[in-house]
Design a protein around this ligand. Structure first.
Ligand SMILES: [Zn+2]
Length: 125
């Protein structure tokens, strides 16, 4: 009954949540880019929980931690959204597009929740 989805981010992958969000080559590219944007080089760990700990641990202060948390949520959300649009709306799963979307979304969230000034987007990206 439970037929697995074929992964939209790669050929031949069977979609599980850890594959889709972490181990799929496309998801890995997204994470590498997001971390590179934050000035970090990472090795993709075996679980999302560990990745989260890596991200959280590298934030040196509370404000940065809040920002990283938003980026974390934006990343998961954008991967999920791209996955759904590939399956249901004939969209595509392109890491670079997803990363751009993550940047814009995190920036918007920072504006509303942290009340940063809009001009920060240039520093931000
Ligand atoms: Zn995949």
């Amino acid at each position: 009954m439970d037929v697995p989805w074929e992964c939209v981010g790669c050929v031949g992958g069977v979609e599980s949540s850890v594959h889709l969000f972490l181990h799929c080559p496309s998801a890995m590219m997204v994470w590498y880019e997001v971390f590179r944007w934050l000035g970090m080089v990472i090795v993709i760990p075996p679980s999302l929980f560990i990745l989260f700990e890596v991200l959280r641990g590298s934030a040196r202060n509370v404000k940065l931690r809040q920002g990283f948390l938003m980026i974390w949520h934006a990343t998961l959300w954008c991967i999920w959204k791209a996955r759904n649009s590939s399956i249901f709306a004939n969209g595509s799963f392109v890491p670079k597009v997803i990363v751009d979307e993550i940047k814009v979304m995190s920036w918007k969230w920072c504006l509303t929740r942290m009340k940063l000034s809009p001009c920060l987007f240039y520093e931000w990206t």
